[in-house]
Design a protein around this ligand. Structure first.
Ligand code: SAM
Length: 289
């Protein structure tokens, strides 16, 4: 039924965006959060969790490509990938696009997010859910990393909500200490770290924490239209030096070998390299390198 109603994002008390709803598709109060999926006038289908934009069909490619292809191509030979959160399936789908990925484990705390994303946002996860290399676990990411074996992953991608509610544990010393332990010798972890124009403490505090357990800490940016406030930052922490400065030609060659080159709408080898060159208003929140 067409309505002329609007939904206002709840992320900031004094500023935000709103979407005109064409049709509400799902509204579920799960054990963890309020999940809403609707057809918007402008961005295709949209998922909100506790009133905060998580993903839209219109611009999900920006965030998912940068959260996935940058760490895997910076690493160069990541075969075993752990994904925390990412219940919409978009990161899982893109991880599995990489030919050299042999195992992708996704740990999402809320099974309702997965169920509703598969039903109402099928284009985002695609056929990742049934890929033989994928293992999808409904559980708390903090528990999974606690139990995982030393050196069992080459890359960890944390696509969580912000550090409030269930997402909070994914921004703690305990979580990062276990990430460092379960990463292989040249492993790395990337985290969604919010929009520093409005959430600078999320980038600053989590970067200091990551620096306690991983020697090479930085960040890179992506311009995600529906994460309002300018650049979105993705935290980057590695055991090996130089992963945030891989030359463009090397990135291109790796992308060619992994089957990614030419398959993206935002990520390119040049965008990959440039994303680590931060404007001062963001760089100032990172620990001295
Ligand atoms: N792209 C979004 C962003 O940047 O805010 C995040 C998308 S994704 C839907 C966030 C997911 O993290 C949600 O599905 C939420 O249920 C999940 N999540 C939050 N806390 C978690 C935890 N402790 N363990 C596993 N998944 C968690």
């Amino acid at each position: 039924m067409a309505t002329d109603s609007w939904v206002n994002e709840t992320l900031y008390a004094g500023w935000g965006q709103r979407f005109r709803i064409r049709r509400e598709l799902a509204r579920v109060q799960s054990d963890f959060q309020d999940i809403m999926i609707f057809e918007s006038e402008t961005h295709g289908r949209v998922m909100l969790l506790d009133g905060v934009v998580q993903i839209t069909e219109g611009d999900e490619f920006v965030y998912q490509e940068m959260l996935t292809h940058v760490p895997l191509l910076a690493h160069g030979a990541a075969s075993r990938v752990l994904i925390i959160g990412a219940g919409d399936g978009g990161v899982l789908r893109r991880v599995l696009q990489h030919r050299n990925v042999s195992r992708a484990v996704m740990v999402e705390i809320d099974g309702e997010v997965i169920r509703l994303a598969r039903e109402f946002l099928p284009s985002i996860g695609g056929d990742a859910w049934t890929d033989s290399r994928a293992e999808v676990i409904v559980g708390d990411g903090i528990d999974y990393v606690k139990r995982a074996a030393d050196g069992s992953f080459d890359a960890i991608i944390v696509d969580s909500t912000d550090p409030i509610g269930v997402g909070e544990v994914l921004f703690t010393d305990e979580f990062y200490a276990n990430c460092a332990r379960i990463l292989s010798a040249d492993g790395l972890v990337v985290n969604q770290c919010g929009v520093p124009f409005m959430q600078a403490d999320e980038l600053r505090d989590t970067s200091l924490r990551r620096a306690r357990f991983l020697p090479h800490v930085g960040a890179y940016v992506a311009a995600v239209p529906t994460y309002v406030g300018g650049y979105m930052t993705l935290g980057f922490a590695a055991k090996r030096a130089g992963l945030s400065g891989v030359p463009v030609d090397t990135i291109r060659a790796r992308a060619e070998a992994s089957g990614i080159l030419g398959q993206t709408q935002y990520w390119t080898p040049e965008i990959h390299a440039a994303a680590f060159h931060l404007p001062p208003y963001i760089a100032k929140h990172l620990p001295p390198s």
